[in-house]
Design a protein around this ligand. Structure first.
Ligand code: FES
Ligand SMILES: [Fe+2]
Length: 418
């Protein structure tokens, strides 16, 4: 699986974590210990942790004058890893020394890297960050204390929003007339999830991975579809009204922990305000608008995610006062990497099953010499979108979020106008 992951450009850290001539950053990625830094010219680099002289960590080095200088004997390396100064030797052999390094590319507020064989490197996959104006760049990351697929499973598991995230005052959401083909209000959508707790799952394989729909019957007898897209190996766009192209990448630190990167992409527009205002009347802590940076963890295993049993009895299904921490509590409490032979999967887990079989099949195929799916050049990654809608009679959920979808066309027209 590691060999497969190394064939894809992978988030290594946030761009904002690196300051020109500032402190180097320890980066653990795919089980490997690395050091990132930004040189005097603003160029970022990602090095092996150990200095090629005698192995001291270059994290303790001096980031100065366009290079990182090891604190032990002063050997200095430029952003390409080339040794450019060897002050401890009377006869320098710097030109023959390189610190192992990985190529990096900054896009959308994230420093990405490619850790695979150099001869197999493919171009960067543009999910809609390459042309994103600076004022729309938004990228955050948060640490999860469990295996990356365990964390990713929850992104393709629409059934749990009918339970884990629910709160009981959703019963008071009144029928506002939006239970008909088209876009329900965001509040009515919450209620639909609560009223129909055993969604039917349909999966459609795509060139980039798959998309799937959770289909729920509404009180008026219509079909409500939540469509989420998965891009092999790390990416998901979670269902949203009318659609979304914001990416959530789940990236392994090692087998037992991961970072979840959330980033904005171009074209994520809703000029007709389908769905109206977001549902704000929840009993959960309000985090305010989304912000770039490292999201702090206040709800952890150590404090039992601050579970409040009265709150659980009377107000919210989980008893945990923070939406994302509800997810963390479920997937982290399985342990760092759960023994999946002990699971009992059902029809509501169809997308979770597809996620796992797709990854395993691709890893096995690569071992037998078949190139991985979903690499650059196979399609336009900016066209990957989620969606959420109440379907017209005979409307195919597979069209939602594509360029055939009127809501997407509205957004693209607006994007073109600049
Ligand atoms: S170990 Fe880095 S210069 Fe000696
Ligand atoms: Fe969730």
């Amino acid at each position: 699986m590691g060999n497969l992951l190394r064939r894809y450009w992978t988030p290594a850290c946030l761009s904002m974590e690196l300051v020109a001539d500032g402190s180097p950053l320890e980066v653990r990625l795919l089980g490997e210990d690395l050091v990132a830094f930004r040189d005097s010219n603003g160029k970022a680099a990602l090095f092996d942790r150990n200095c090629p002289h005698r192995g001291a960590s270059v994290f303790y080095g001096r980031n100065e004058d366009c290079g990182l200088r090891c604190a032990y004997h002063g050997w200095k390396f430029d952003v390409d890893g080339q040794c450019v100064d060897m002050p401890s030797e009377q006869r320098s052999f710097a030109e023959r020394i390189k610190i192992p390094s990985y190529p990096v590319h900054e896009s959308g507020g994230i420093m990405w890297t490619y850790m695979g064989p150099p001869e197999s490197m493919t171009p960067f996959r543009d999910f809609g960050t390459e042309d994103l104006p600076d004022d729309q760049v938004l990228a955050s990351k948060v640490f999860w204390d469990c295996n990356w697929v365990q964390s990713l499973d929850g992104n393709v598991d629409t059934a749990h929003i009918s339970h884990l995230h629910q709160f009981f005052s959703v019963n008071d959401v009144a029928d506002d007339g939006s239970d008909k083909p088209g876009y329900p209000s965001n509040a009515w959508s919450w209620k639909l999830w609560w009223l129909s707790r055993a969604p039917r799952i349909e999966v459609s394989d795509e060139w980039y991975g798959f998309k799937y729909a959770g289909l729920r019957e509404t009180p008026n007898g219509y079909t409500h579809a939540r469509v989420t897209a998965y891009t092999i190996p790390y990416g998901t766009v979670i269902a949203s009204i009318p659609f979304s192209s914001r990416e959530l990448f789940v990236v392994p630190i090692d087998d037992g922990s991961c970072f979840r990167y959330f980033f904005n992409t171009a074209g994520n527009l809703n000029p007709k305000h389908h769905g109206g205002l977001p549902m704000t009347d929840t009993p959960y802590a309000r985090g305010g608008p989304l912000q770039s940076g490292i999201t702090p963890r206040e709800f952890t295993a150590e404090n039992k995610y601050q579970i409040d049993r009265e709150f659980q009895k009377n107000e919210a299904f989980s008893g945990i006062r923070d939406f994302v921490s509800q997810d963390m509590a479920m997937t982290e409490s399985m342990g760092p990497i759960y023994d999946r032979t002990k699971e009992h999967l059902g029809a509501a887990d169809l997308a979770v099953i597809r996620l796992r079989t797709m990854l395993i099949d691709a890893a096995k195929a690569l071992a037998e010499g078949t190139e991985p799916p979903g690499l650059a050049g196979q399609g336009d990654f900016r066209s990957i979108r989620s969606a959420e809608k109440i379907l017209e009679d005979g409307e195919d959920w597979r069209v939602l979020g594509t360029e055939e979808d009127p809501a997407v066309r509205e957004a693209l027209a607006l994007l073109e106008q600049g």
